[in-house]
Design a protein around this ligand. Structure first.
Ligand SMILES: [Zn+2]
Length: 888
């Protein structure tokens, strides 16, 4: 690393107002919940645990629920052990912590006194609980505060597994973080008293343990998950100056991960993403408190292991909460990608790393993830009971966004995310004011306000209006894709640093006008150039389609010279292109969506011209078009023609183009309109030579340009002789609307010209294609075909086929719930395409889609419940019946 840099700091929330735009939608929807949801419901789990009156309130639900009725607020000593005493809902209290953070953040963001009052009420309620727990004298320190006894912490020290306990320090962190937010954002002294008491209790527990033992605790899957305890303890040290808090922060470290990161080793494969990301936020606070460089170096190194190589287009990471192999995105698209909590924490890290480094790539990530994943994780509906947010924001073909998440981890972080959208818009450093994201907002400076007015990302016009004097540098972020940006009408190149710096004496009334073009781009995944996301400026677009197989897209004829896509139309927030409708990832909608499309170009084409030549592949999957657009695009027409020439020669030499076809491609490229040429252009073929193309201009007698001529040549060794074979992989049979074949399809590989034709399924061996159907297995697979002519020239073709012919297997579990009720759980499994939905009904109800256990009241007569499940391919299980017993 180079010289240490002066840090840039974000402005406090109270100095920035969020104005109307894409982000304010979710802010307004979440503020409604913040105002309406009763404090008594949040406190109920705490009060019940402390033996206080719950005032008839029910907890929020799901993970945030009363424990088992037989559970007591045991200490470490009187816990009777697993199997002796039943327990339940062992993460309770975490959601209330997030809710207190939300109230505090929302108050700081809006100045709304009712929100502060509500935060005060929560803090006062928690203080009563703390005092009641302390009065029992059973816990190791009077600062102890939780919605269960201290026993989970003691059992963690005994290395108890997840199942017996559930991440007690994770919950502790959420409660402490809520109290810290209440202190720092609403000024609640009572909150500081509570959190400092918890801090002393935590320090007392962890500082008496050997470091090796702590490492074993923190390595336990889920049970050892401690959220950002190091962040919270470092913050307590910053506020109080008490060194024991900083020492305790140092107890919450996972040495194996820190050491590996500093040594440049990548050990993330298989690790739980959100178990470790909050710890990195804490390491940054520890770096700030101690100046110990290894904390910062570890986070910088880990960031590079996660972004972009483990990050999906919307900024999310992980599959089933876990990280996968390095530099694998396309290869990691499965059915449970991208937990929203992980993105919430990555954004905290990005914000902090930007402050430390002022490196625009952290701001680039922050824009991508906050706009697409976070805003898009909030359903576009109002609720006064549910945060209506996503747990997973899936990226697999035909995925469905499932909102709600009352009481879960992502429900908790979701409460916070939407009331602080303006936190990473403006930064300051000595003599400098940074705008890192174009979120409409108003910044209060000494002496007046600076307002950022824009409809971005709906259009690219941004005005920065000075209502205050500011002498210094205004640093405006220019995203890497924004070629052709203008400031006050003057073109600015995309700067290396990511920021354009305007050094001026700004006076009240001055305005800076920034215009960002919003190009439509196909952004390839790092590990597969043919799997692309469609992005319009900063917005990731989702294709709406009910298929659950990867959608193909032929894009070559839409490419401009710079690789961007021409010809899309917009209607409101919907975009049409490639014959499809797309919605922004930030819509909060629930159509089945496709975040990635598969580039599939049967024929070579350029904007405005098509030679009618197949885009054949070689054995490695290379084709003329994949090669031509692999690098994104071209600075000028000459560079494009040079690349076309190089690609045509390579394709012809490897037997993918005949000479006649090669010439046709060259002529089509010359007459393409992809660069909007000012005069007509055509190609001519010169004598055999390996020369690069050259362009000459014909002018009229008066000096007017009339026509441009592209002079092509081909080396003499190129493809004389018979036309090349064309190989086709054809699949017969009916495809369901899902895109899957639900009856076994037939597959044939044929060649147009005379050639030896072979077929291979997936990575299997090549076999002669006899003309008869090749069997296709269940699942997703690639059928490969190749044809070799008598001259030994081989061409390849591939086709993705998804087959699921069997419906899910289902079963019902019915267990008694007291004398007059039963709890019914319906299970469905489908290993091939996955379960899409489970439905059930009784004679007097409609089919309901319901995957959680549910309760039915018993009757005098037995009741019949019918159920079935449908997989993602569209196969539905025959209706099954379960008979519920009569009342006894
Ligand atoms: Zn989560």
């Amino acid at each position: 690393m180079g010289r240490p840099m002066t840090r840039a700091h974000p402005f406090p929330l109270r100095d920035v107002d969020l104005l109307a735009g894409v982000h304010s939608r979710t802010r307004d929807q979440m503020l409604h919940l913040a105002r309406e949801f009763p404090v008594d419901r949040l406190l109920a789990v705490f009060r019940a645990n402390a033996g206080l009156d719950t005032r008839g309130a029910l907890p929020p639900g799901t993970w945030e629920d009363f424990g088992h009725p037989d559970e007591r607020a045991w200490s470490g000593e009187d816990y009777p052990g697993p199997g002796v005493a039943p327990t339940a809902s062992l993460l309770r209290g975490h959601y209330a912590g997030h809710f207190l953070s939300m109230l505090s953040l929302a108050y700081a963001s809006t100045g709304e006194q009712a929100l502060r009052k509500k935060a005060d009420e929560m803090v006062a309620g928690l203080a009563e609980v703390r005092d009641a727990l302390a009065a029992t004298g059973r816990y190791s320190h009077p600062g102890f505060l939780a919605a269960y006894g201290e026993w989970q912490f003691a059992r963690l020290e005994d290395l108890a597994p997840y199942g017996e306990i559930w991440a007690p320090y994770y919950t502790c962190h959420k409660i402490m973080a809520g109290l810290l937010d209440a202190y720092e954002l609403t000024g609640s002294a009572q909150a500081l008293d509570l959190v400092a008491g918890m801090g002393h209790w935590v320090a007392g527990r962890v500082l008496r343990l050997e470091r090796a033992h702590l490492q074993r605790m923190w390595s336990l899957y889920i049970a050892g998950e401690f959220g950002g305890m190091n962040e919270t303890m470092a913050a307590l040290h910053r506020i109080t100056g008490d060194p024991s808090f900083l020492r305790a922060a140092g107890a919450f470290e996972l040495d194996s991960l820190l050491d590996a990161a500093v040594a440049g080793r990548d050990v993330l494969d298989g690790m739980h993403a959100n178990q470790h990301l909050p710890m990195l936020v804490g390491h940054l606070r520890q770096y700030e408190a101690t100046g110990e460089r290894r904390y910062l170096d570890a986070v910088l190194a880990l960031w590079d292991q996660i972004v972009p190589g483990r990050t999906f287009a919307h900024g999310g990471t992980g599959e089933g909460e876990l990280w996968g192999p390095a530099d694998t995105v396309a290869g990691f698209v499965e059915r449970r990608n991208a937990e929203t909590c992980a993105t919430y924490n990555l954004l905290k890290i990005a914000r902090s790393l930007f402050g430390h480094t002022r490196d625009a790539r952290y701001a680039d990530y922050a824009e991508r993830a906050s706009l697409n994943h976070i805003v898009g994780s909030r359903a576009d509906i109002s609720s006064d009971t549910s945060p209506e947010v996503l747990y997973m924001y899936p990226v697999d073909p035909g995925a469905v966004r499932e909102y709600d998440n009352v009481g879960t981890c992502c429900g908790g972080t979701g409460l916070e995310s939407h009331v602080k959208h303006q936190e990473s818009v403006w930064f300051h450093a000595p003599g400098q004011l940074y705008v890192t994201q174009y979120v409409p907002s108003r910044l209060r400076l000494a002496g007046g306000e600076v307002t950022l007015r824009t409809r971005y990302p709906r259009d690219g016009r941004v005005a920065v209006e000075f209502g205050a004097a500011f002498s210094g540098e205004l640093c405006l972020r220019i995203p890497p894709w924004a070629a052709g940006a203008r400031i006050d009408g003057v073109a600015v190149p995309v700067p290396e640093s990511g920021f354009v710096t305007l050094r001026r004496d700004f006076r009240p009334g001055d305005t800076v006008a920034l215009e960002l073009p919003l190009p439509l781009r196909l952004v390839p995944t790092p590990d597969d150039p043919t799997l692309v996301s469609v992005e319009l400026g900063p917005t990731v677009l989702l294709a709406r389609d009910d298929a659950t197989t990867t959608l193909p897209v032929a894009a070559a004829a839409h490419r401009r010279l710079d690789g961007t896509i021409a010809g899309h139309t917009a209607e409101g927030d919907l975009v049409s292109v490639f014959g499809r409708t797309f919605e922004p990832a930030w819509s909060g909608g629930d159509h089945r969506h496709h975040m990635y499309l598969r580039l599939a170009e049967p024929e070579i084409a350029f904007a405005g011209s098509a030679p009618g030549v197949p885009d054949r592949k070689d054995a490695e999957g290379w084709s003329f078009l994949t090669g031509l657009w692999a690098e994104g695009g071209y600075a000028d027409a000459d560079a494009f023609f040079t690349a076309v020439h190089r690609g045509v020669v390579r394709a012809a030499r490897s037997g993918l183009l005949s000479r006649e076809e090669a010439v046709a491609v060259l002529m089509a490229a010359a007459s393409s309109t992809l660069d909007n040429p000012t005069v007509p252009r055509r190609g001519v073929l010169g004598p055999d030579a390996a020369d690069a193309p050259r362009v000459t201009r014909l002018t009229s007698a008066t000096g007017q340009a009339v026509e441009d001529i592209v002079h092509w040549s081909l080396p003499p060794d190129i493809g004389r002789g018979d036309p090349l074979p064309v190989v086709r992989v054809e699949v017969s049979g009916d495809r369901a609307p899902s895109g899957w074949y639900t009856r076994e399809p037939g597959c044939t590989v044929t060649s147009v010209a005379s050639a030896t034709v072979e077929v291979a399924v997936g990575e299997g061996p090549w076999q002669p294609a006899t003309g008869a159907n090749t069997p296709v297995r269940e699942g997703r697979q690639v059928i490969r075909g190749r044809a070799t002519d008598s001259a030994g020239r081989t061409v390849h073709a591939t086709r993705e086929v998804a087959v699921d012919t069997r419906p899910p297997s289902v079963r019902a579990e019915v267990r008694p719930l007291g004398p007059s009720n039963v709890e019914v759980t319906l299970y469905a499994e489908d290993d091939v395409s996955g379960v899409d939905r489970v439905r059930w009904r009784t004679p007097e109800t409609f089919w309901g889609v319901y995957q959680e256990p549910f309760t039915r009241a018993l009757r005098e007569e037995p009741q019949t419940l019918e159920f079935s499940a449908t997989d993602r391919a569209g196969n539905t299980t025959e209706v099954q019946r379960v008979v519920l017993p009569p009342l006894r």
